[in-house]
Design a protein around this ligand. Structure first.
Ligand code: SF4
Length: 730
């Protein structure tokens, strides 16, 4: 132990500990600071507090890069986080400058760390600086102690480390449930796509389990700072721990929402038995399941990695990642025997796979064996690698291999033919060892594109192909949905703060299947409301799934104002079935009952909009000189339409001929395939630019995508330094 800090554990008041923790790894300075009323009013909590702490500590006079010591890694819960009777209330929110994008990444994750951190006394923690030796930080919320310890001798792999630290810091067997560990792994040390594993002890099964803050390389930042793990202990967490202002009102809305999930989930998605895997057949049926690097949207083999495969493999029954979540979608596989790597021949437990992993490394690699998907999932978690970036990155490499842009000579002897499990696993093991092609791969698609162009002496045509098929935007790999036929979702991926991750907006069904937003204005409106609404989950410490993965049976009638429920009617601003207005009102009541405030659905959105704009402006600190948001908000053409003839022909009859005639205004009869593809491309690229313009306008941003001074004033965040930044970039 190299430093001990004693503190008084505060009593939680209306969802807040009212303190934050800052640790500088170079000076070993620790600051425990008060949360002010203004902070709560403007920044709310969770991601808002993370951003506020980053803003407070980041230098404004230099372009801080992800691996500079000044980068701030923050973790927070939120005022509703840690509630044990409301579904989906245990999320932690991580932020840092991302190694993949070099702007802020935010990642929302289950496991017990965030809630325990709050109940141990801190609404948020910020870590800055870089240590020269391996460290571990232990926050003992039972005894009011923070210990900074040397950690040179500890293993790096998550599955060993989590178990070892849970045993070490628990007072006895029973106390293991009061420990949560955050760690990364050896992959995160050698790649930009390192994830963080957030643990909890599963008392029923008797082992440590994990959820991942996957996106954007927050695990890479942890390891770059030379932190092996963060550990927190807090015992006796129960329904009273969050100390809501109005427990009766909180209990009433929690009971209502929980009961509905228990009754309707078995009829709608059965997430308590199959989790998000239920999406595989749905995405396949609607031609949205990414297949062969987002070339196609469905395949007859998809059922092999779908529900039936995992019903057989997952343990039965609800499996929550935080106490009291009635969705309980966090499933895993026990006694799984590995075929490769250091655990070859050994039985391990695996958390997952979830939909994103199954689609990302299954259909997108054209690999249809569910056990192969499980093994990739296990090693990615163990090494601290984001399965989405690994999935999308490997699909890109497999397509390059098909075209001869990659070959055995260039991969160091690894065969990356479609679906080749052994080849892909070899790359993943190489990342953990920091060697070979794995080292290049781990830096992500944006890096690989430039590396391939430079090192392999590619032709102009090949270089252009890489730009079209490398599925990244802002440097972040796409999550696993096909956007080709949905302009709104192209915006949902491209016009985001952090890069193409579906947690900001998921509009494919509304746009493509139901055609609910035929005009640019309607799409822009959706690309305002939904990202703002979804931002609220990160501010409050919540999971998004209970909002719209299970919906009331009379959702449509309620949204259309035909019925009243629980003394409520859908107000005009949310009178839309896609917004699930009853649930929106539930969350407003939940928020008011915990914090003692009295806001409505419009004010609820405004608090998110404030944070959304704050993050957008703060990112200007990190965007390289001369680069505009307009450029950063672009997406590769494969996200908009067909890049290859094969892709074009697979959907010509369904979409493209009609589009050429009715939208582009040409007669395709005598056109060559190349001419038809060029016409579709021109039309779609123009429409994406038109959408960008409409969205910027709706969000109150300039034509360069920067929030205006008026917008900052309206949102009451017109701080002089923010105004200065905005003016410089308008
Ligand atoms: S819905 Fe699933 S992911 Fe969300 S909190 Fe509940 S168990 Fe965790």
């Amino acid at each position: 132990m190299i430093k001990e800090i004693n503190y008084e554990v505060p009593v939680i008041e209306k969802g807040y500990a009212n303190k934050t923790l800052y640790i500088n790894l170079e000076t070993l300075e620790a600051k425990i600071e008060d949360v002010t009323e203004e902070m709560k009013e403007k920044f709310i909590g969770g991601r808002g507090f993370d951003l506020w702490l980053t803003w407070k500590y980041i230098p404004k006079d230099k372009k801080v890069k992800w691996d500079d010591p000044e980068n701030v890694l923050c973790i927070a819960s939120g005022p509703l986080g840690g509630t044990t009777n409301y579904p989906g209330s245990g999320k932690s929110i991580v932020t840092a400058i991302s190694p993949l994008t070099n702007i802020l990444i935010d990642s929302n994750v289950g496991g017990y760390f965030g809630p325990f951190l709050k109940f141990a006394g801190f609404d948020a923690m910020a870590i800055q600086g870089k240590s020269d030796k391996e460290l571990l930080i232990f926050i003992d919320g039972d005894n009011g102690k923070i210990l900074i310890e040397e950690a040179e001798d500890l293993p790096s792999e998550t599955f060993q480390l989590g178990r070892l630290l849970t045993e070490k810091y628990a007072k006895d067997e029973n106390d293991k449930r009061n420990i949560s560990v955050v760690s990364a792994g050896p992959g995160a040390e050698n790649a930009y796509m390192g994830c963080l594993n957030f643990s909890w002890f599963d008392g029923k099964r008797g082992y440590v389990r994990y959820k991942q803050a996957g996106r954007g390389g927050t695990g890479t930042v942890l390891r770059n700072k030379k932190i092996k793990a963060l550990v927190v202990r807090k015992s006796n967490v129960n329904v009273k721990s969050n100390n809501p202002a109005n427990p009766e009102a909180e209990k009433e809305v929690a009971k209502r929402h929980s009961k509905e999930i228990t009754e309707l989930d078995p009829k709608q998605n059965d997430m308590r038995n199959i989790g998000t895997i239920h999406l595989i057949p749905i995405m396949n049926d609607f031609d949205l399941l990414p297949t062969k690097n987002f070339r196609f949207g469905s395949d007859p083999q998809s059922e092999k990695i779908g529900k039936e495969a995992y019903y057989k493999r997952f343990e039965k029954g609800p499996d929550p990642c935080w106490k009291g979540c009635t969705v309980g979608c966090t499933h895993g596989v026990s006694s799984f025997e590995c075929k490769t790597g250091p655990y070859k021949g050994q039985k391990v437990t695996v958390d997952g796979p979830e939909y994103e992993t199954a689609a990302g490394v299954g259909s997108n690699w054209y690999m249809w064996d569910p056990d192969n998907v499980i093994e990739v999932n296990f090693y990615c978690d163990n090494y601290g690698l984001d399965t989405i970036s690994v999935g999308t990155g490997m699909a890109f490499c497999m397509e390059c291999y098909e075209y001869g842009i990659l070959n055995k000579e260039r991969t160091g002897g690894i065969d990356l033919t479609w679906g080749n499990f052994e080849g892909a696993m070899e790359v993943i093991h190489q990342i953990a060892k920091g060697e070979g092609f794995g080292k290049i791969f781990g830096k992500g698609i944006r890096y690989m594109k430039e590396y391939f162009k430079k090192e392999f002496n590619l032709s102009e045509e090949e270089a252009k192909l890489l730009d079209d098929i490398g599925m990244e935007s802002k440097g972040l790999e796409f999550s696993e949905y096909m956007t080709k036929e949905s302009l709104a979702q192209q915006g949902g991926y491209g016009l985001t703060l952090k890069g193409p991750q579906h947690d900001e907006a998921w509009l494919i069904f509304l746009d493509m299947v139901h055609n609910f937003m035929p005009t640019f204005e309607k799409k822009a409106e959706a690309l305002w409301w939904f990202p703002m609404w979804r931002t609220s989950f990160g501010l409050l410490g919540l999971c998004k799934l209970p909002w719209n993965d299970i919906v009331p049976e009379d959702n449509k009638e309620f949204a259309e104002g035909k019925i009243e429920k629980y003394g409520m009617r859908a107000p005009e601003d949310i009178a839309d079935p896609a917004k699930v207005p009853e649930h929106v009102l539930n969350y407003v009541q939940y928020f008011n009952s915990v914090t003692g405030k009295n806001i409505d659905s419009r004010e609820y959105i405004k608090m998110s909009e404030r944070m959304y704009n704050f993050q957008r402006v703060m990112n200007l600190l990190f965007v390289p000189e001369g680069v505009t948001y307009k450029e950063l908000d672009s997406i590769p053409f494969r996200a908009m339409g067909p890049v290859t003839k094969e892709e074009y022909l697979s959907r010509e009859d369904k979409y493209y001929l009609k589009e050429l005639k009715e939208k582009v205004g040409v007669d395709p009869t005598n056109m060559t395939i190349e001419e038809k593809m060029a016409a579709i491309r021109k039309y779609r690229e123009e429409r994406y630019e038109q959408l960008k313009k409409a969205v910027y306008e709706r969000r109150g941003w300039t034509e360069n995508g920067v929030p205006t001074v008026e917008k900052l004033k309206e949102l009451e965040i017109d701080f002089p330094e923010l105004i200065k930044l905005v003016k410089k970039h308008q």
